[in-house]
Ligand binder design. Structure first.
Ligand SMILES: Nc1ncnc2c1ncn2[C@@H]1O[C@H](COP(=O)(O)OP(=O)(O)OP(=O)(O)O)[C@@H](O)[C@H]1O
Ligand SMILES: [Zn+2]
Length: 818
């Protein structure tokens, strides 16, 4: 008898053993998707992890119920990669496959659910249900029968499983046994000639139709139309509009063998609309860099390319892609955000046309499943451009992995598990596939830069902009001064105002940047601008308005807001940062002629709107673009001559040991949007804390110096890249229970790990959806075995869960948190 160990796509540990019925013995291999029942006959689509002949002891195995068609199976190497993610990020394998597989490949989502007869009696009081459960009940009452995927769609949430399962357990909703098919190809019906008819034949047919008026008319119209437009077939919807909508007539003509209706499978994937052209020839400097990269690949798998903004890194990628395709291999090109794919996909398609496939989580699930199948089939896209989740796609012969803007923290998935970093996962994927890896950035992450300096990665630099364009001029402007003199025009200093005026009068464009993160979480002196930091941790403290206290994220220390500034002894601590709406109003007031648009979250979540906005700005239909992080990086606009950073202090004030690194990156990136072609551009950076060293360092434009200075402190405080971090987050509805559990866990861990344990401390947002959260941070110095550490941490958490203090407390791991 053959047995299969199966990964169930749930947050359950390890594997479950099923027997393989004889009929499937030949179709099941490692990586096959199979339908199995698990816990009370609920069905899930699992992934076969291993096959063997050892009957499990102690329980009777259930058989595999069904094997999913081949197009979706995971290759052994793909599975190996997913298991690596599971281990490295301390996430059960089922949760990784859950994240990796499109919903429609996981059968249980299509299991139909409905309210159980007599549910009212089972549910005495609605307040027994959680809010989520009540919401789900609500949609069922409205809609009757539904599947999990629909519930998720209606509630616009991805994590209804827990609540749905709770409702199942309470037997308020039940499972309908019929299960829909997995992946339904999208089809269209077309009408066409059954075969080719000569004119004589047609005359004959028409003669025979004299008494069937409707058919006669339909056929005449169709003959006429297909002649006129030289078409042999039409989608049925169009046929109905243009030729006639008599169902009976169409049916009649089909029965006579004149016409036929066929079903065609159509693709949900985007097709390229770009005209394919030539690859740009590289400049001399770019040519040299390309040679150096290829040279490094003789010895190293991974190369870091540090190139200033607008140096033409993308052009170099394009040449490397071309080379890789020539060798018959595939390319994965990662970008940190969907928003950035819009411009890059255009550039790639201009060269590679339909060879480029785009993948991101904003795609309809069915399109994702189609992409998955295509990549598994005989004609996969040679180039995949996508965000972090594209590392989950199957690859058959990966030759090159490009991680653009590798320093971006949005590569990290924060919620839900697996909390992986797309860059690091891509590096691993590349290594496991024997591919070469290229990390690109103007401001590399300290982690990658250190790997480059130590020789672990190859290192190549491009220090000039393409076309000898000068780097923009940076102007730091002291807002405090102008505020005091009451010379601000709304949120513009006179300097920014004058520069904007000049640029707009010349018919050029302006980008205004406002930081989204961190506002109102830090306090700043209204006189000297200094930001309050924790004495022990070198990070700014978080301000909690409701308690009027300051709190350190790292060590958990608390303090009251000092009455006067600790630095100048005179000013008072305040917090203020205007939002993008406010900036828009000010632009309208002070530059009434300017055409202005805001690029913020609701624009970005709508792809069409976003594309339209980019096009408008590109084609000069807009003069001023206001935005947050989205406008700061990767975008390539020719006519932008001025970038205004509205309030740079909100970047450095973020309570994180990486705040300064991020602020530096952000300022360099956003400056990089100015003056990319032709005349030199300018950047006006409005600040309060003029003396802040980040500004001094940005002004010098010396990344290496910046790294050297900051990395010394990182080393001293034992932060990455000189250590690895693992964050343990505990959650519970009761604050006291939670705190006790966290204290106990930290105490136990300290017994062995000593000073490597920091906290417990409250996170930025300490209560989410009724659950309180608290975090413990583990710092592991270089040389400490990470895998042993992880085993130890897990073990301690498991032990805690079994004791009264830890009962019901949920534990989440975050490896390499950002
Ligand atoms: N060899 C080349 N031939 C023609 N145009 C080029 C060449 N290299 C770069 N350019 C143009 O210069 C501009 C900047 O190049 P690109 O966007 O590739 O820079 P980048 O280094 O990726 O910048 P960023 O880091 O800001 O994203 C683009 O408009 C690009 O088309
Ligand atoms: Zn602290």
């Amino acid at each position: 008898m053959l047995y299969a160990d199966v990964i169930i796509p749930l947050g359950v540990e390890s594997f479950f053993t099923y027997s393989v019925p004889e009929e499937y013995e030949h179709s099941v291999t490692v990586g096959t998707l199979v339908v199995v029942s698990f816990v009370k006959n609920k069905r899930y689509t699992g992934v076969v992890y291993a096959l063997h002949t050892n009957p499990p002891v102690g329980f009777e195995t259930k058989p595999i119920e069904r094997v999913i068609e081949e197009g979706f199976a995971l290759s052994a190497s793909h599975l190996k990669f997913l298991l690596w993610l599971s281990e490295y990020y301390m996430t059960p394998p089922g949760e990784v496959t859950r994240a990796a597989l499109p919903v429609s490949m996981r059968l249980e989502s299509y299991t139909s659910l409905s309210l159980v007869n007599g549910w009212e009696e089972k549910l005495a009081d609605e307040s027994e249900l959680s809010r989520e459960e009540r919401e789900i009940m609500g949609v069922f009452r409205e809609r009757g029968e539904m599947c999990m995927a629909e519930v998720e769609k209606l509630l616009k949430r991805k994590d209804v499983y827990v609540a749905v399962r709770a409702l199942l357990e309470k037997e308020i909703i039940g499972i309908k046994e019929s299960v829909d098919d997995l992946f339904k190809p999208k089809v269209e019906r077309w009408v066409r000639w059954k075969r080719k008819f000569s004119s004589e034949e047609l005359d004959g047919i028409l003669d025979g139709l004299k008494r069937a008026k409707a058919q006669y008319k339909m056929l005449c119209d169709w003959v006429y139309y297909s002649d006129e437009h030289h078409v042999e077939c039409l989608p049925r919807t169009e046929f109905v509009q243009k030729i006639g909508n008599s169902v009976a007539a169409l049916k009649g003509l089909c029965e006579r063998g004149v016409l036929e209706v066929i079903v065609r499978e159509v693709s949900r994937l985007e097709v390229s609309e770009e005209e394919v052209g030539e690859v740009h020839a590289l400049s001399e400097a770019q040519e040299k860099v390309l040679g150096d990269i290829l040279g490094c690949y003789w010895e190293k798998d991974c190369v870091l390319l540090q190139g200033v903004t607008s140096s033409g890194k993308t052009e170099i990628y394009i040449h490397l892609i071309q080379e890789t395709l020539r060798q018959g291999k595939q390319v994965l090109y990662l970008l940190p955000e969907i928003a950035l794919t819009v411009q890059i996909v255009k550039r790639l398609r201009r060269v590679f046309g339909d060879q480029v496939g785009v993948y991101h989580s904003g795609m309809a699930d069915s399109a994702r499943a189609e992409m998955w199948r295509k990549q598994n089939g005989t004609n996969p896209y040679p180039v995949v451009l996508g965000v972090r989740s594209s590392v989950f796609l199957p690859y058959q012969r990966l030759g090159l992995v490009i991680v653009d803007e590798e320093h971006e923290s949005s590569y990290k998935q924060k919620e839900p598990a697996p909390r992986y970093n797309g860059r690091d996962a891509a590096i691993m994927l590349g290594k496991m596939s024997g591919a070469k890896i290229l990390l690109g950035s103007a401001t590399p992450s300290f982690e990658s830069y250190q790997n480059a300096l130590s020789g672990k990665y190859g290192f190549v630099q491009l220090t000039t902009r393409y076309g000898e364009v000068m780097m923009p001029e940076l102007l730091f402007v002291d807002m405090k001064e102008y505020r005091r003199k009451k010379m601000m025009k709304g949120c513009f200093t006179p300097v920014l105002y004058e520069e904007m005026k000049r640029v707009l009068e010349n018919g050029m464009q302006v980008i205004l940047f406002q930081n989204r993160r961190g506002y109102s979480t830090y306090l700043q002196c209204d006189r000297c601008g200094s930001i309050l930091k924790c004495k022990h941790c070198d990070v700014s403290m978080t301000y909690y308005r409701y308690r009027n206290t300051l709190n350190c994220h790292y060590c958990g220390s608390l303090r009251a807001v000092p009455a006067v500034c600790q630095d100048c002894g005179q000013g008072h601590y305040v917090n203020r940062t205007p939002g993008t709406e406010r900036i828009e109003e000010d632009v309208k007031q002070y530059f009434p002629e300017a055409r202005v648009a805001r690029m913020d979250l609701d624009v970005i979540s709508n792809k069409a709107k976003f594309r339209a906005l980019i096009d408008d700005f590109e084609s000069g239909n807009l003069d001023v673009l206001i935005g947050t992080q989205m406008v700061s990086k990767g975008l390539d606009f020719e006519r932008v001559k001025l970038v205004g950073v509205m309030d740079a202090d909100s970047l450095v004030g973020f309570p994180d040991f990486r705040a300064e690194e991020r602020a530096y990156d952000m300022l360099m990136q956003v400056s990089g949007r100015s003056g990319r072609k032709g005349e030199r551009g300018k950047v006006v950076i409005q600040v309060v804390d003029r003396q802040n060293r980040v500004y001094q360092l940005v002004g010098k434009e010396d990344y290496h110096g910046f790294y050297t200075l900051l990395s010394r402190e990182r080393e001293m405080f034992n932060y990455p890249p000189f250590s690895r971090l693992i964050q343990i987050e505990l959650r519970h509805v009761d604050e006291v229970v939670l705190r006790n559990a966290a204290n106990e866990l930290a105490r136990q861990m300290r017994e062995r790990l000593e000073r490597r344990v920091c906290g417990p401390a409250e996170p930025d947002v300490s209560r989410v959806r009724k659950m309180y959260r608290i975090q413990i941070l583990i710092k592991a110095e270089q040389g400490l075995s990470l895998s042993k550490l992880k085993i130890f941490l897990k073990q301690k958490c498991d032990e805690l869960a079994k004791t009264p203090v830890g009962k019901g407390v949920r534990v989440y791991f975050d490896v390499d948190p950002l």
